[in-house]
Design a protein around this ligand. Structure first.
Ligand code: CU
Length: 149
């Protein structure tokens, strides 16, 4: 009897959690002029997961003008970008296994798109987060703020 009651409560909780899950999609574009089309990305308070879709709207290939989307704390943008320079294209110009990287897409070339999903449990509301492209030399122009309200 008690066991059935516990199972029923468990199912109710699972249903509640499933209903509360919300994936929020944010779109961003990068171009051949090394510019993102936005400098600020906002994640609403009720999002449980973020999907970032990056589209490279240019024509240049990934080897010469690749772009990715990398998220770290704002204070980690420059050190992570610098640490990634020598990593090479195959590793998306990012230091392998670096805990400062909250999320990142792969590197794409002109005409290509990519995306990444991550849970908002990796973010703190009101935290100071920065996104950037880690292709060598790009982060100075290709960066912005991510806000989790
Ligand atoms: Cu780039």
């Amino acid at each position: 009897m008690m066991k059935h009651f516990v199972v029923a409560i468990g199912l109710l909780l699972a249903a509640d959690l499933a209903q509360a899950a919300k994936t929020c999609t944010l779109n961003i574009e990068g171009n051949d002029l090394m510019k993102f089309n936005v400098t600020e990305m906002k994640v609403a308070a009720d999002c449980t997961e973020v999907e970032v879709v990056l589209k490279h709207t240019g024509k240049l290939p990934v080897a010469t003008r690749g772009h990715n989307w990398v998220l770290t704390k704002t204070a980690d943008v420059t050190p992570v970008a610098n640490a990634g320079v020598t990593a090479g294209l195959a590793k998306d110009y990012l230091p392998a296994g670096d805990a400062r990287i909250i999320a990142h897409t792969k590197m794409v070339g002109g005409g290509e798109s990519t995306s990444v999903k991550f849970p908002t449990s990796k973010l703190t509301k009101g935290g100071d987060y920065g996104f950037f492209c880690s292709f060598p030399g790009h982060y100075g122009l290709m960066k912005g703020k991510l806000i989790f309200q």
